[in-house]
Design a protein around this ligand. Structure first.
Ligand SMILES: [Fe+2]
Ligand SMILES: [Fe+2]
Length: 248
């Protein structure tokens, strides 16, 4: 008789272990993460177990009134090096503080939320709290990064040839966005995000978050009640970052 557990036995064992770890709650992933795997169920777990609603014990607890820097420290920390290094470069290049903030936040969607269309998601996330030019630039870097601008010292990233293939061409909505952005008075702000975007970032280079505390303090309108507890068009996105595995 075989002693190798079947896949359903392994799935049961995993669910039991997760339930122990999570105080008898089952964690569900957002539905769209399951789509590519062919998952179609939305209801409770087959055993009728309760689903997680509230703090996820696998994640660092957050203060009741979380600030932007709390989200960096407690949610983005594993992947935030790219943001810190880009903001550091922007500072070294003498960009205005507002643009240092834009570089610090430009891939906030990638590090904390979702990669697809990340410029758009990231801009929406920070829009109520930053100067309009900052969120516009973050939104537009989504399109501009695919198009070189030699006058600004920006070439098509070599990394994209590796990641997407030599024959990759941006989709029509990206081309159209680029054409619109080129004519905009803030074009160069969005372009500066691309110029200071480190495509080959150095894993050994340490940039501390504290370096940007003053810039954030001066240019990010932190709500007193905490991000997510406030009432802006982006509050729900901060709440999702705080508790990303809530069942609903
Ligand atoms: Fe980006
Ligand atoms: Fe980036």
């Amino acid at each position: 008789m075989s002693t190798v557990p079947s896949s359903s036995e392994r799935a049961d064992a995993l669910e039991h272990r997760q339930m122990r770890e999570l105080g008898e709650r089952v964690v569900v992933k957002s539905f769209f993460y399951h789509l590519a795997d062919g998952e179609r169920t939305l209801g409770p777990s087959p055993r009728g177990s309760r689903l997680l609603m509230g703090d996820d014990p696998r994640l660092p607890p957050m203060p009741e009134k979380p600030t932007l820097l709390d989200f960096f420290r407690l949610r983005f920390a594993p992947t935030q090096a790219h943001l810190l290094q880009s903001a550091n470069l922007a500072q070294k290049n003498g960009l205005p503080e507002k643009m240092v903030l834009a570089c610090l936040l430009h891939d906030i969607a990638v590090v904390g939320f979702i990669r697809a269309d990340h410029g758009y998601w990231g801009a929406q996330l920070v829009e109520p709290y930053v100067d309009e030019e900052v969120s516009w630039a973050i939104r537009m870097h989504q399109a501009l990064r695919f198009f070189p601008d030699e006058s600004a010292g920006y070439e098509y990233p070599e990394l994209y040839r590796t990641m997407f293939g030599e024959d990759y061409r941006p989709e029509p909505y990206i081309v159209a966005e680029y054409e619109r952005a080129k004519k905009h008075r803030w074009y160069m702000s969005a372009r500066m995000i691309c110029v200071n975007d480190l495509y080959s970032f150095d894993p050994d280079m340490e940039v501390e978050l504290d370096q940007f505390e003053d810039v954030v303090g001066r240019h990010f309108r932190q709500p007193l009640e905490g991000l997510g507890n406030d009432d802006t068009p982006a509050s729900h996105m901060w709440r999702t970052l705080r508790r990303p595995c809530n069942a609903l």
